[in-house]
Design a protein around this ligand. Structure first.
Ligand SMILES: C[S@@+](CC[C@H](N)C(=O)[O-])C[C@H]1O[C@@H](n2cnc3c(N)ncnc32)[C@H](O)[C@@H]1O
Ligand SMILES: [Zn+2]
Length: 374
């Protein structure tokens, strides 16, 4: 029996294999990124119905696309769907992904597992020559809600905090960077987003021990205050934590190791935007998400505007007002795709408190005369 769906430029029979229509945006962006990066040799390592890999073959024009799944039913469907869409040139494989990834090398490897990608990271780090794309739907372990599971899967301690979505992305990026470093490869995140129930990262890979060493310089820890929400980053392999918040004296917890380096490449994202704008699978949400990722300032973590206002007993304006006020004082600030109420800034927390608790009209603070400018 056939259960047909149309997604992007392909028609798929998804009867008896995993197919999640809510992941369409994830696949739309994947196609746009493959086009933006000009990838010609791509492996969909956990392909299910083949939705992702077949769309890459059809819409991104990648010359050599391989699709793999360990399930015989999935493999039969991938073959059928490849035929149905005139994509008989695609290679269909039926291996345990870890065996395949140890046996062969691909320009780009895409991991889209059930839950955590952790069981596949080591083999994928070996196989991927230039690009590694990873989806993780185990957001509770990544973000700190299931602490022990996070530690087991990613050998890192996530701290549950207001910026938990970015915490999850950076724990995943850190785990990938360390796996790649083990095989003398350095990593450069090109696009990172946390959307709906998953985190998705697109990594560029640079070969060589020196590249790996350079990438590991972006690893570190995050000291997080339980009381006031202040955080500070600590780069390097050791984490000298006082255990005490320097702002309010509250208890500070340590998260990590995690990735503290840049997570977006606006140049690549701009090309993905152009690819998406010109494609049949253009989606408003996809365009908005890419634009937001390109526009956010690339510093670790963000504040939740509502929580900041509650903490400082401030009358809430909007997150955009706060961004504008910080910018007018000379600080870097932006909204973030991670949260509708998130604010990223390099301003210290003292400045945030002053800005939020300044007597109205807050616009009186504009004009750049503050002694707190950078
Ligand atoms: C979440 S689904 C993939 C969804 C697909 N990428 C998409 O976009 O529609 C995960 C797939 O991984 C397959 N799988 C699980 N463990 C595997 C393994 N060790 N090797 C290969 N395939 C595996 C499952 O059979 C399942 O079809
Ligand atoms: Zn504090």
């Amino acid at each position: 029996m056939a259960e047909m769906v149309v997604e992007g430029a392909v028609t798929l029979n998804v009867e008896g294999a995993f197919y999640n229509p809510r992941m369409r945006l994830n696949r739309d962006l994947g196609v746009a990124m493959v086009r933006a990066l000009g990838i010609s040799d791509y492996l969909d390592a956990l392909a299910a119905s083949g939705a992702r890999g077949l769309r890459v073959a059809k819409e991104a024009g990648a010359a050599a696309v391989a699709l793999n799944d360990v399930s015989p039913r999935a493999v039969a469907l991938i073959r059928e769907n490849a035929r149905l869409n005139g994509l008989v040139g695609c290679e269909v494989l039926s291996s345990n992904a870890n065996v395949l990834l140890h046996q062969r090398r691909f320009e780009a490897v895409d991991l889209d597992p059930f839950g955590s990608p952790a069981p596949f990271l080591a083999a994928a780090a070996r196989s991927a020559l230039d690009y590694l794309f990873i989806t993780a739907t185990d957001t509770a372990p990544l973000c700190g809600a299931h602490l022990k599971s996070g530690i087991r899967k990613y050998m890192a301690v996530p701290v549950k905090a207001e910026h938990h979505r970015e915490m999850g992305a950076r724990i995943l990026l850190g785990a990938a960077a360390r796996e790649l470093a083990r095989v003398d490869k350095g990593v450069r995140p090109l696009l990172t987003h946390a959307t709906d129930h998953y985190v998705r990262v697109y990594l560029g890979i640079a070969k060589g021990a020196k590249s790996a060493d350079r990438a590991l310089e972006s690893m570190g820890y995050l000291e997080q205050c339980r009381s006031c929400g202040l955080w500070r980053t600590v780069s390097g392999v050791g984490c000298p934590s006082s255990g005490k918040c320097s702002f309010c004296g509250g208890r500070a917890e340590v998260a990590g190791p995690l990735w503290l380096g840049p997570i977006q490449d606006p140049g690549v994202i701009g090309r993905a935007l152009a690819a998406m704008e010109g494609s049949a699978a253009r989606s408003d949400r996809g365009v908005r998400l890419l634009q937001a990722c390109a526009d956010e300032i690339d510093l670790p973590m963000y504040y939740d505007h509502h929580r900041l206002c509650r903490r400082f007993k401030a009358t809430p304006g909007t997150a955009s007002d706060l961004v504008e006020e910080l910018r007018s004082l000379g600080w870097s600030a932006s909204r973030t795709h991670f949260s509708g109420v998130g604010v990223k800034t390099d301003a210290p927390i003292e400045v945030l408190r002053e800005v939020l608790t300044a007597p109205p009209p807050r616009s009186g603070a504009r004009g750049g005369s503050s002694s707190h400018g950078p």
